[in-house]
Design a protein around this ligand. Structure first.
Ligand code: G
Ligand code: G
Ligand code: MN
Ligand code: NA
Length: 253
């Protein structure tokens, strides 16, 4: 457990790094977007966000930290786009407190303006639990974000407790199938059925669908056969620094 003062100093000094994990578009066989994943470099290695995002939320340091993440990710995507000749999509995770905070819309707008990124290249990832405790307020926030031109994804889909009637009302673009379903996909017929059902649901609702946590060729083959649009996971690429992206984005699968 890190001390609040360490975290506060790290936020002030911006001593974090964003790693990126590319997402493969199964139709083109190429990476077309990437998810930003924050890391806190430390003498003993990288501290996982799982270990400091909760503290950042409790202390409200998530507000300046979240602003830094939004800005850095948009700037990195634009700079990568200059090297690739095309700006990749960039997905950014929002935390619960950040999503409920009144300044979120202004923070997103500021990051878009500062980087001059095409807003449709940015996808914000939220989870079902973040929207379910006040659905009406969440829909307003989601709509305000969509009005800025950014995309919205439901992360870890299938593990929360949103109902399908709400899903219909959420102005989201993408469902990310939680990796808990992908893990045993090729051994567990129920996980396979759930994954197929989510892919079908996404198609029926005109949503993009991403499978996360793809680690084996068998999982990849299953997702290809069932026409999952995009895949993400250690099999294709582990999260890495922005410098490692140009080589990955020039690969074909
Ligand atoms: O990348 P990793 O598996 O260590 O991420 C652990 C958790 O931290 C995941 O739930 C992931 O969504 C979350 N996370 C990673 N990067 C960010 C970030 O930039 N902001 C927020 N709010 N959560 C993040
Ligand atoms: O909650 P969220 O889906 O944002 O979490 C993303 C986290 O999942 C990242 O921290 C990343 O390190 C991790 N991750 C990405 N691909 C894989 C994978 O193939 N297997 C596992 N176990 N974790 C993964
Ligand atoms: Mn995510
Ligand atoms: Na997830």
């Amino acid at each position: 457990v890190r001390l609040e003062s360490d975290l506060r100093r790290a936020v002030t000094e911006e001593s974090f790094v964003l790693f990126y994990q590319p997402k493969l578009d199964l139709e083109t066989g190429r990476f077309s977007s990437m998810e930003a994943l924050i890391r806190w470099p430390h003498a003993d290695g990288m501290i996982s966000p799982a270990d400091f995002i909760p503290l950042a939320e409790e202390t409200n340091l998530i507000v300046p930290l979240g602003e830094w993440i939004l800005r850095r990710a948009c700037l990195d995507a634009v700079a990568l786009g200059e090297r690739l000749g095309q700006v990749p999509g960039v997905a950014i995770n929002l935390s619960a407190r950040q999503f409920r905070q009144a300044g979120l819309i202004d923070s997103v707008r500021a990051a878009l303006e500062e980087s001059d990124i095409v807003p449709g290249k940015v996808e914000l990832e939220i989870t079902e639990s973040m929207v379910m405790d006040d659905v009406e307020a969440a829909i307003k926030t989601m709509q305000a974000l969509r009005d800025l031109g950014v995309r919205l994804a439901i992360d870890d889909f299938g593990t929360g407790y949103s109902s399908l009637s709400y899903l219909k009302r959420f102005p989201v673009n993408t469902l990310k199938i939680d990796r808990a379903f992908i893990r045993d996909l090729t051994r567990d017929s129920e996980d396979a059925a759930i994954t197929q059902a989510v892919i079908a649901l996404a198609r029926a609702l005109n949503l993009h669908v991403v499978a996360e946590g793809v680690e084996t060729h068998e999982q990849l083959a299953f997702l290809g056969e069932h026409r999952c649009a995009s895949v993400q996971g250690f099999l294709l690429a582990r999260p890495g620094p922005i410098e490692s992206m140009p080589a990955l984005f020039s690969k074909t699968f």
